[in-house]
Design a binder for this molecule. Structure first.
Ligand SMILES: Cc1cc2nc3c(=O)[nH]c(=O)nc-3n(C[C@H](O)[C@H](O)[C@H](O)COP(=O)(O)OP(=O)(O)OC[C@H]3O[C@@H](n4cnc5c(N)ncnc54)[C@H](O)[C@@H]3O)c2cc1C
Length: 348
């Protein structure tokens, strides 16, 4: 896709995959209903407005459940507004590729999470679209929409009125409600111990593509310190970013704090959980204090993104070793071994 693999001499590529540029970014006018400022859907809207593509393949909310993703082919730029926002769940996005071809769409854009983009790239040649633009978002973990509703029910007394949820890079989960209220819960105060051990499926817990490495442009927030975080990966990615013109404000991403301590702690908690969700062995009285400290002294910006990628790499190795040891050889790529090595995990 990018004409080259990760360059080990550019250390951040070992974490995030090949990129030409990394940026901190926001739309000058954030779009209502967007997960962050709406860069992902605005790029797609511009592609439709300028007739660079015939259709955009993405997820809309189910009419009966705003959290359930439903794949859609959007041809009218105005239709993108309805697709803004993050929904938790799985839905067969790529099942609409053949219908798209049958409808005569030759130039297509896709917004997808890494597992969808990975499969798309495997099919790309065979599908023979004239033009294919891939806008990827990062994804740490996903679960079924049913399971996600159970999680929401633990977070608020009126879970049906939650309209927005995000695991922010400042170690808080943000909730928004239908009546305009908002709530920020420190990660440490989340009711993780009440979730079933398989809340996140093994496929997500052993995923090695957090940052959507095969996308033309990755649009996330992890490294953005409160703003969005873009990885422009190839020439098509540059083209997509350029379509936003002066609607977008960009800056160099920042980085602060040190990840080694938190990542080591996470590894110990993951090993101790023996296949369950990693819980922090910390007394309840200390949680609000540490929850207050983390955004101030913990890893921030790119260092936060690196920490999360290392945590995912550690999870992959520990979970596969425990549950599917024979798969380790085929499922753990070289760059993941490089990421876990400083934590004492090496190929056996
Ligand atoms: C399950 C999940 C986990 C994520 N985890 C992270 C993370 O850890 N770190 C990070 O930086 N970013 C993560 N993201 C991406 C993040 O939520 C934002 O989508 C991204 O930052 C873009 O913001 P935006 O305002 O530009 O998006 P918007 O303009 O609001 O567009 C969001 C796009 O995502 C699509 N979408 C929503 N739900 C799904 C879904 N379930 N499957 C596929 N596509 C979907 C929408 O259809 C829409 O096209 C995750 C996304 C999902 C779906």
């Amino acid at each position: 896709m990018h004409g080259r693999a990760r360059d080990p001499a550019r250390m951040d590529e070992v974490f995030f995959g090949p990129f030409r540029r990394m940026l901190r970014a926001s739309l000058v006018t954030p779009l209502p209903g967007a997960q962050w400022t709406g860069i992902a859907t605005r790029i797609a809207e511009r592609l439709l407005e300028t007739k660079a593509v015939d259709a955009v393949l993405t997820m809309a909310p189910d009419p009966n459940d705003r959290w359930r993703p439903v794949p859609v082919l959007v041809t009218d730029p105005a239709g993108m507004a309805h697709c803004r926002g993050m929904r938790m769940g799985y839905a067969p996005l790529l099942a609409l590729l053949e219908p798209a071809r049958e409808k005569g769409f030759r130039r297509l854009a896709i917004i997808g999470i890494p597992c969808q983009v990975y499969a798309l790239r495997a099919l790309e040649q065979e599908l023979g679209f004239e033009k294919l633009y891939v806008i990827g978002t990062p994804c740490s973990d996903n679960t079924t929409t049913e399971r996600f509703h159970e999680f929401l029910a633990l977070l608020a007394e009126d879970p049906d009125t939650i309209t927005y949820l995000e695991f922010r890079a400042d170690y808080h989960v943000e909730l928004r409600f239908t009546d305009g209220r908002t709530k920020a819960i420190p990660f440490l105060m989340l009711p993780i111990s009440k979730l079933p051990p398989d809340f996140f499926p093994m496929t997500c817990r052993t995923c090695v593509d957090y940052t959507n490495v095969l996308a033309d442009i990755t649009v996330g927030y992890m490294g953005g310190q409160g703003e969005q975080w873009l990885l422009v990966r190839n020439g098509r990615g540059e083209e997509l970013l350029a379509m936003l013109g002066d609607e977008i404000r960009t800056a160099e991403p920042g980085s602060a704090g040190k990840r080694k301590g938190p990542v080591t702690g996470f590894m110990k908690n993951t090993a101790r959980a023996a296949g369950g969700l990693p819980l922090r062995g910390m007394p309840n009285w200390a949680r609000p204090l540490v929850g207050w400290l983390m955004p101030r002294v913990g890893p921030r910006g790119l260092e936060f993104a690196r920490a999360r990628v290392e945590m995912k790499a550690i999870e992959t190795v520990l979970h596969l070793r425990r549950r599917y040891p024979k798969r380790v050889r085929n499922m753990v790529p070289d760059h993941v071994w490089a990421l876990v090595k400083p934590y004492g995990l090496t190929r056996e």
